[in-house]
Ligand binder design. Structure first.
Ligand code: NAD
Length: 374
């Protein structure tokens, strides 16, 4: 197999594979072409890639010669026209949301895999980029909130008096939310947590968070552990409780998402009105509309003294470790498609390969994507 590692575009600083992971690909007899400068922003030089057996080449050469094209972000403008139907495209392109891109891939007959749809099964855990990147986001969200807040996170007992700890409210206790709880607790804050899935209560408590319960949530075992849409009655009860707790919080970290849909609105404008000036809201759901009504994706909104930060790519602020984790996940996934002699071997009998495949031979393979396109 000739694997082409592309340089990311826009504000992305990560790279899909660091040299340490490329080494394992070359050991598996895969020929790796790296676009010149691909690792620069993650502190990996072309010489570092060459040292582990990769060739660094121009972008045109990667597109012309690679059988498999790999990057983190969806294709840059104009790139979909460059990908040939004989090539395989691997990145994280949010196909449940960006259905127009899926249709383009489908019509062109390109084989594509979207790493954000790797099944959430035990066998696939080591390949799960969503979990890896959510870990970075949950951690960074808390660090940014702590830096921005005009008060401390921990309680301080000093000769100048006692400083009360910050109150943090975390909405959603998935991977990012749990990391945000752990990081907030390490910094000494008091943490309250909302989630529609009651199953997370024990995890929240084991990390030192207090679970705020609202009776009557809809849970669906068939949704594979994900949240589902809630009834209007439940939403009203939940809203009242959230408004009440938010008004007493210094920091709100929003992480609530529903795959393939707009993020649930949990902090309406009136909830922000009731918050203390100087409070900080970090909205990790910003790219799918945000949990806060005032969130603007990749912007900081200042409203009546409350800062609302909508950051869609915290992993890009920790490019070395984020790339390291991303690359290990990619390697573990791609091992499923590398034959004994390093050749490309797409085995659609494997549930992880099939489940992560979005388009192949002018058909949509992933069932969830199929249901939103048809
Ligand atoms: P996510 O990013 O899809 O959502 C974040 C959290 O927001 C979830 O906990 C969700 O329940 C919550 N949420 C959604 N709507 C809400 C609302 N209206 N109010 C409050 N909270 C709301 O979640 P994720 O981190 O991707 O995790 C989703 C599931 O996948 C979890 O069950 C997790 O344990 C599971 N998981 C499995 C694996 C694996 O087995 N490989 C790996 C990671 C996560």
């Amino acid at each position: 197999m000739i694997l082409g590692l592309l340089k990311e575009h826009g504000k992305e600083t990560r790279v899909a594979l660091l040299p340490e992971t490329v080494q394992t690909f070359t050991d598996l007899k895969v020929e790796v072409l790296v676009e010149q400068g691909a690792g620069e922003k993650a502190f990996a030089s072309d010489a570092d890639y060459e040292a582990v057996g990769a060739k660094t080449v121009s972008r045109n050469d990667v597109f012309a010669k690679a059988e498999v094209l790999l990057q983190i972000q969806p294709p840059a403008e104009g790139d979909t026209e460059r990908i040939k139907d004989s090539q395989v495209w691997i990145s994280a392109f949010n196909p449940l949301w960006d259905t127009a891109l899926v249709k383009t891939f489908l019509n062109k007959g390109i084989t594509t895999f979207s790493l954000d749809l790797i099944p959430r099964t035990t066998r696939a855990q080591a390949m799960d980029i969503l979990s890896s990147m959510a870990t970075v986001s949950g951690y960074m969200a808390v660090l940014e909130a702590a830096a921005k807040l005009p008060t401390f996170f921990p309680m301080f007992m000093t000769a100048a008096g006692t400083i009360r700890p910050a109150n943090v409210l975390i909405l959603g206790a998935g991977v990012a939310g749990l990391q945000a709880i752990a990081t907030s607790r390490k910094l000494g804050a008091q943490v309250q947590v909302f989630d529609v899935r009651s199953a997370v209560k024990e995890e929240v408590m084991s990390l030192g968070g207090k679970f705020v319960e609202v009776e009557g949530a809809t849970e669906d075992k068939a949704a594979g552990g994900y949240a589902v849409e809630q009834t209007e009655e439940y939403k009203k009860k939940q809203q009242d409780r959230i408004n009440e707790v938010a008004a007493k919080s210094n920091v709100v970290i929003c992480t609530a998402q529903i795959p393939g849909r707009k993020a649930p609105l949990l902090i309406p404008k009136e909830a922000v009105d009731a918050m203390k000036p100087g409070s900080v809201i970090i909205d990790l759901a910003a790219s799918t509309g945000g949990n806060c009504e005032l969130t603007k994706n990749d912007e900081v909104v200042e409203y009546k003294g409350v800062s609302i930060i909508g950051q869609s790519n915290y992993p890009a602020q920790k490019p070395v470790d984020a790339s390291r984790m991303f690359g290990k996940n990619v390697l573990n996934f791609m091992k499923l498609m590398i034959g004994e002699e390093g050749e490309l071997n797409l085995n659609f009998e494997d549930d992880i390969v099939k489940g992560t495949c979005i388009t192949h031979a002018k058909e949509i393979y992933n069932e969830r994507v199929k249901s939103v396109i048809e």
